[in-house]
Design a protein around this ligand. Structure first.
Ligand code: PLP
Length: 399
């Protein structure tokens, strides 16, 4: 039987950033204002960001999620020789920031169904460690793969019982919620990404959020060279030339141009997330019955999925999956694979002796995963095109 034809006239890139006229006007206004770096608009963005998490947290705008993670781990006191639990199934940024501080990533396997850490898996992995490595664990960094929230109440309870800090990598998880509580309110500090493909984008950018005043203060100082006052204070206060360097800090502040884009996008964050969820629902409805495919898990009742990625599983394994990505490309559909797990990356594999056999969950997900296009501006024609292209490309990939 020959494969059904696919209409070839609709091209679907993997991602297109959602930028509307209000976004453009907001950035242009900053450009015309004469104040381009961190200033009043970044402060407004921070306040609005805290408000969308329900208040009672402080938000600090930074240059990336990587910067946010670095600041947060430094602020909770991670230092040389410490161990920090990270999932195997993540982007290198989650682990590299641990190395910036001279600490070591303790790479733990994930649940292959969700791609997320579980409290049970983390406890088991840490309890198997020899001493003194086990007692050097200082922090836990959950990642909400694809925007599906982790079991934060259980991970935070485990961390509390062991005396670890929780620094949440929420690069994919805006807006997301677990048991009705937004991601951003569970951990000691939470890092969000505004990278070009993320649910809210400023090109490059991020936000670090905390409910602890002391952590906020430390991160505020370290975000800007370890200077005891913000750029805007420095240029607007009467004694504007005077400042004190109280620590060797970093250069991680966000410009007002980027903040204007973020502030404008924040007004339609929920609408953009809902459109992503709608597209994901359409894909799952179309593909759930296809033999050899498994659609990604939905959020549990009371949880909110950010749907940053639509992570389809190809049960045939990596060869067919790799060919499927190429065949989709031939059909004009941009697809990708998330992630190449840490245990497959030469630096982490070789530095820490990470063998694939110790990470069966991440290894299985990596063998099967393919990310389909998912962005708020997708047209119905584009959604249909992807849904009909997948079975055709899969048939071709199977040869
Ligand atoms: C899980 C995860 N953490 C952190 C990051 C880093 O984000 P940023 O590019 O904003 O530094 C990414 C980026 O893709 C990511 O996927």
């Amino acid at each position: 039987m020959s494969a059904p034809a696919v209409t070839a006239d609709v091209h679907v890139p993997f991602h297109v950033a959602s930028i509307d006229d209000d976004d453009v006007a907001a950035v242009v206004e900053v450009l015309r204002s004469g104040w381009l770096t961190t200033g009043p608009v970044a402060a407004q963005f921070e306040q609005a960001f805290s408000a969308q998490l329900g208040g009672e947290v402080e938000s600090l705008a930074v240059s990336s999620c990587t910067a946010a993670l670095h600041l947060a781990l430094e602020a909770v006191g991670v230092g040389p020789g410490d161990q920090v639990v990270v999932p195997s199934y993540t982007f290198t940024a989650t682990a590299e920031v641990v190395r910036y501080l001279g600490a070591h990533p303790l790479v733990v396997d994930v649940d292959p169904r969700t791609g997320n850490l579980t409290a049970e898996g983390v406890a088991r992995a840490v309890d198997e460690l020899p001493q003194p490595i086990g007692s050097a664990v200082r922090a836990l960094v959950p990642v909400h793969f694809a925007g599906l929230p982790c079991e934060m109440e259980q991970l935070c309870a485990l961390a509390e019982s062991r005396g670890w800090a929780v620094v949440d990598d929420a690069a994919h998880a805006l807006p997301a919620a677990r048991r009705g509580i937004p991601v951003g309110r569970y951990a000691d500090a939470t890092a969000f990404s505004f990278y070009a493909t993320k649910p809210l984008c400023t090109g490059e950018g991020g936000m670090v959020v905390t409910r602890h005043a002391a952590l906020a203060e430390r991160m505020r100082v370290m975000r800007l060279h370890g200077i005891d006052r913000d750029v805007f204070d420095r240029y607007s206060a009467p004694d504007r030339w005077r400042y004190a360097v109280v620590a060797p800090g970093f250069k991680y502040n966000l410009s007002d141009m980027a903040a204007a884009l973020g502030l404008s996008q924040l007004t339609r964050l929920r609408a953009m997330r809902d459109r992503r969820a709608e597209v994901a629902g359409a894909y799952s409805a179309a593909l759930a019955g296809e033999e050899g495919l498994e659609v990604p898990p939905e959020a549990a009742a009371g949880d909110l999925h950010a749907w940053h990625l639509y992570a389809l599983r190809v049960l045939d394994g990596p060869d067919v999956r790799n060919r499927l990505v190429r065949e989709l490309g031939e059909l004009g559909v941009g697809a990708s694979v998330h992630f190449i797990p840490l245990h497959e990356q030469p630096y982490y594999r070789d530095s820490y002796g990470l063998e694939a056999a110790r990470f069966p969950g991440a290894a299985r997900l990596f063998d099967q995963e393919v990310s389909l296009p998912l962005f708020p501006g997708m047209t119905e024609a584009q959604v249909e095109r992807v849904a009909e292209a997948v079975p055709v490309a899969l048939a071709r990939a199977r040869g």
